[in-house]
Design a protein around this ligand. Sequence first.
Ligand code: SF4
Ligand code: SF4
Length: 127
Amino acid sequence: MKSTTRQGGAATRWWRRLVNRRRPAAQRCRGCGICCDLYGHRLEARPDDRERWLREGRLDLVRRIAPDGRLWLDRAGERLLDDCPYLAREGAEAARCRIHATKPALCRDYPTRAHGHRCVRGVRFDR
Ligand code: SF4
Ligand code: SF4
């Protein structure tokens, strides 16, 4: 009984090693902001985004949600912007999200399984 358990453990370890070898290792986001440049004006707020922003007192963000859920309205709440207003570009390859801690769920979850867990730069993320 004892040896069977040990064999099972060895088989499991062997299987895990095989699977891990075939799956490319996750990489780190390069912080280039290219995904934000490309998609930052095509976002939608999910109901939990609105609820979180209300809870956090971020009415400035709530006011940027269009009636149909699209992001981002201008400060006056009148017109949809062509770019995400929270992207702080610091160079061609460097950018920062100014609302990183509470960014929309769509940004937080990107890239999803539908993207093959790879962002537009080809960086692989484990989710
Ligand atoms: S997810 Fe990809 S495209 Fe977006 S900032 Fe990170 S490396 Fe750049
Ligand atoms: S909210 Fe942040 S992560 Fe989302 S598009 Fe704008 S800058 Fe990028």
